[in-house]
Design a protein around this ligand. Structure first.
Ligand SMILES: Cc1cc2nc3c(=O)[nH]c(=O)nc-3n(C[C@H](O)[C@H](O)[C@H](O)COP(=O)(O)OP(=O)(O)OC[C@H]3O[C@@H](n4cnc5c(N)ncnc54)[C@H](O)[C@@H]3O)c2cc1C
Length: 421
């Protein structure tokens, strides 16, 4: 796949280090004593903040995060199924503070790009450069009845609902578990299928007689290169799992304990685990950082700078890029983005050297002991005209124990880089 976008020209090759935003620093290069505000201390935001700290020792690096602790999402299944404790899948943000990053516990509510200010639940924060790393938002409002009754659902994608999911699975003695998967864009596309397979395995091990109904808005398991492997795995669990593709959830009726599809078909449940469609935070749309009809920050995929405001950057799940919405990609992009931001505020900052390459490995479980491989190798190249992103996908659809071991090593390495443990 080659992504080649004409509008990179102005943003990537023509722009000087001086920022031309309409705000406080209009027309002037921001000094390397800049105040850089990062929204979100997930994988991307934390990693970028640490890289900025390293690259710009004189700058003030401020991270605004709404949650008290970091939750390692790739281990959400293990926690939900009682295989890992909450302590093992969370980390304290003290590790960031100890390395010179200022943390503010608050929820960002709005952005004023003209004044270079974000509004938060604890007051305004001004910035010279802003990095949006706020991840995805689960758009519960797209499923009728869900916003008014959030307690009926326990979603594996929502860190705040994970403890409830964990308790409900522990108490589950039979009946129907109803799980839904939205259409792309999807954070970590293999994750819902992994969860369903591990859940079914859990039921078999615990000898729980029940069934899992999966309503998938996609026509086949995602992502496409793993579709047949997941199909085969789901088939091997057909005594437990009923997989129904191409069904979009339209409404929840908690009184009747049923879900109604967009086409009016009803499905009853005893335990509900809907994954709502993915969007970016409301403030991104309100600040007009997304293209019409989209929900994610439009950025150039080499420097991660907004195509609308030159003092705003975005990466990870919140951004519209050619990269996968995975922790691997968010982490790699954080380094590239931090270099681009450092260059923008400092004459001594390093330009991203092209060609640059990075890998986004993923080891989706098909059972506790075996996983598949999906590795996307990205190459950022300077073509005749403009930088372009090429990607190459490598898969191994044969379940193997060694990928579970590689998954553990990948996790340890990534968390070590951010939290030191
Ligand atoms: C169940 C599951 C399994 C997964 N498995 C894998 C895997 O095996 N491999 C892999 O590579 N990826 C996996 N992923 C995907 C991976 O976790 C995400 O792609 C990654 O976390 C994205 O990083 P991010 O920094 O963009 O966003 P996030 O990690 O989501 O971080 C966003 C942060 O912003 C904060 N925030 C949001 N809004 C605000 C606000 N208004 N104010 C202040 N703070 C805010 C959030 O609290 C959060 O801390 C999985 C995801 C899930 C849900």
């Amino acid at each position: 796949m080659v992504i080649n976008r004409r509008r990179f020209l102005a943003g990537l090759l023509g722009a000087s280090a001086a920022l031309l935003g309409a705000g406080r620093h209009a027309g002037a290069a921001v000094s390397n004593k800049a105040r850089i505000v990062v929204v979100g201390a997930g994988v991307g935001g934390s990693r970028a903040a640490l890289a900025l700290r390293r690259l710009l020792p004189k700058a003030e690096i401020v991270v605004i995060e709404k949650e008290p602790k970091f939750v390692w999402r790739p281990a959400a299944f293990e926690y939900a199924l009682g295989l890992r404790s909450w302590d093992k899948i969370t980390r304290s943000y003290d590790a960031l503070a100890a390395r010179g990053v200022k943390l503010i516990r608050a929820t960002v509510q709005g952005i004023d790009p003209g004044r270079q200010r974000v509004t938060t639940t604890t007051g305004p924060q001004d910035y010279d450069l802003l990095l949006l790393a706020s991840g995805i938002r689960l758009a519960t409002e797209t499923i009728k009845g869900l916003d008014l009754n959030p307690e009926v659902n326990a979603c594996v994608y929502d860190p705040l609902q994970l403890p409830t999911l964990h308790k409900r699975i522990a108490a589950y003695q039979g009946g129907t578990i109803l799980l839904s998967i939205p259409q792309q864009p999807l954070q970590c596309p293999p994750a819902p299928y992994e969860f369903v397979l591990l859940l079914s395995e859990h039921m078999r091990r615990q000898k729980i007689k029940g069934r899992i109904v999966v309503l998938d808005a996609n026509t086949s398991p995602q992502p496409a290169p793993l579709a047949s492997a997941f199909d085969a795995a789901l088939q091997s669990h057909r005594d437990v799992i009923e997989y129904i593709p191409w069904i979009q959830v339209g409404a929840v009726e908690p009184g009747a304990k049923r879900v109604v599809s967009a086409d009016g078909e009803a499905f009853s449940y005893d335990l509900l685990s809907l994954i709502p469609p993915h969007r970016a935070a409301h403030f991104i749309r309100e600040a007009e950082l997304a293209q019409a009809g989209d929900a994610f920050v439009e950025v150039d995929p080499v420097r991660f700078r907004s195509t609308r405001f030159q003092t705003i950057y975005a990466l990870g799940d919140a951004a519209r890029t050619p990269y996968a919405r995975t922790a691997s990609a968010a982490s790699a992009c954080a380094e590239l983005c931090a270099h681009a931001m450092a260059k923008a505020v400092s004459a001594t900052g390093r330009e991203i050297e092209l060609p640059a390459t990075f890998d986004s490995p993923c080891y989706p479980y098909v059972n506790r002991e075996q996983a598949l491989l999906l590795r996307i190798a990205y190459a950022l190249k300077r073509g005749n005209e403009e930088p372009r992103v090429e990607s190459r996908v490598q898969t191994d659809t044969e379940p193997r124990a060694r990928y579970v071991a590689q998954r553990a090593a990948w996790e340890q390495d990534l968390l070590q880089q951010i939290f030191g443990a």
